[in-house]
Design a protein around this ligand. Structure first.
Ligand code: HEM
Length: 398
């Protein structure tokens, strides 16, 4: 009987709290008993890992016995109060090196950065790459290799000159090294340390960081060269619409006409330029810590344009500490890199196993006319017209 009674009291007491939390509704906490200071419920909620609106503390700095009569919630000026001001970056302090970086004595955002990096960033990023590879595998099994329909002509045309190929491989080689070393730095503690030990992990990560920092210059240089070399071939035009409407001939048997680059390749090009550019800029900011802070400025611009409002968000906080600048930059750098890595995995697939004859374009630079006619018919005609030969359909050599 007593047990039943206790159960009912327990259910009546706990259920409303649980259902309000399940619904995600913020639970108003009554702090009148503590005069506005922390309550037991605050502590319990923090221990349960629930998110807390702690503005009741962060906005409550500077009270003392005079401003809060009768020793109110804050009491007299006290150590906890000083620590709170330090934690929320509101204390007026002087440090010996007198820099903004040095003035941040307690770094409140560090834990949030660490948890996001080890949690959602690593998890979703890892799954994005594995998922892309799995999808490509399924696509390969279902669709098979894109074959050249007509027999080889034995005649070749130059698709990329040696400088273009050298630049492409500089971009590709550096990107792959940056990708691998970046992933090692992110996942080393999770996967290398438990298997090979912390010492080995440390050596591998120090080497990875060195390679990552130094190879980045090759990537940035190649990115600029690729942009200058190919931008004019990547401006959108009407043939792209035809190409897209026919799914680029990848699904189905039709092969839509294309100039030097088709719409799919243009998407790859612009992804590499825009995302690679963003990775480069954020990378430079990380390479020279605290000297090129970009996040606060970017957030100010976004707020000015009203971007957060478009998705129902409050304006972004632009008063970032130098440390927060670096933390947000590092997360942005990694997130964009994950997206570009997924895109590049698809590019590598189509440029190698996915399409017969494609690799030659970047390998030797020479492609068979049958391949060129199938995938870039307008470009082939242009090349042949330039060479003085009348444009003609690719017919097999005897
Ligand atoms: C082993 C890796 C790679 C292979 C096998 C590969 C292969 C190729 C091939 C065959 C082409 C020419 C396609 C054609 O003739 O139309 C090409 C073009 C291109 N590649 Fe790569 N590539 C690789 C890595 C990369 C990486 C890492 C990047 C950039 C970070 C990149 C960026 C580009 C761009 C922007 C183009 C021109 C647009 C396009 O064709 O999609 N490639 N690649």
């Amino acid at each position: 009987m007593l047990r039943a009674l206790l159960s009912i009291i327990f259910i009546l007491g706990v259920a409303p709290i649980a259902s309000a939390q399940d619904a995600g509704a913020p639970v108003e906490i009554d702090r009148s008993a503590t005069g506005g200071a922390q309550t037991l419920e605050d502590i319990l909620r923090r221990q349960r890992g629930e998110s807390i609106d702690d503005s009741f503390r962060s906005n409550n700095i500077g009270g003392d016995a005079t401003s809060v009569p009768g020793l109110g919630p804050l009491g007299g000026a006290s150590d906890p109060e000083l620590w709170r001001a330090l934690r929320y970056n509101k204390a007026d302090i002087t440090v010996s090196d007198n820099t903004e970086v040095g003035k941040v004595l307690v770094q409140d955002g560090g834990m949030r950065w660490y948890q996001f990096r080890q949690g959602p960033l690593a998890q979703y990023g890892g799954w994005l790459l594995l998922g892309t590879m799995a999808l490509l595998l399924v696509f390969f099994v279902l669709r098979g290799r894109v074959r050249i329909d007509a027999p080889a002509t034995g005649r070749t045309v130059t698709r990329f000159a040696s400088f273009e190929r050298m630049t492409h491989w500089m971009l590709a080689g550096s990107f792959i090294l940056l990708g691998i070393t970046g992933l090692l730095v992110l996942f080393g503690r999770m996967f290398i340390a438990p298997v090979f030990g912390k010492e080995a992990n440390s050596v591998i990560l120090i080497a990875s960081k060195w390679v990552h920092n130094n190879v980045s210059w090759a990537f940035m240089l190649a990115l600029v060269l690729v942009f200058v070399m190919w931008v004019r071939h990547n401006l959108p035009n009407r043939t792209d619409l035809v190409w897209i409407s026919q799914f680029g001939g990848i699904v189905g048997k039709k092969h839509p006409p294309a100039k030097k680059f088709n719409a799919g390749q243009k998407m790859i090009f612009w992804s590499v330029i825009v995302l690679g550019g963003s990775i480069s800029v954020s990378g430079l900011s990380l390479l020279f810590p605290f000297e090129l802070p970009l996040m606060g400025k970017t957030f100010t611009l976004l707020n000015d344009w009203g971007v957060p409002g478009w998705i129902g968000m409050a304006p972004l906080d632009t008063a970032l500490t130098p440390q927060e600048e670096m933390q947000l930059t590092s997360l942005w750098h990694a997130m964009v890199a994950f997206v570009l890595m997924a895109i590049i995995i698809a590019h590598i697939y189509i440029g190698s196993v996915g399409m017969e004859g494609a690799y030659d374009a970047m390998g030797s630079g020479e492609v068979d006319e049958a391949w060129a006619h199938q995938h870039h018919s307008i470009w082939l005609d242009e090349v042949k017209a330039k060479q003085g030969a009348a444009p003609k359909d690719a017919t097999p050599a005897e």
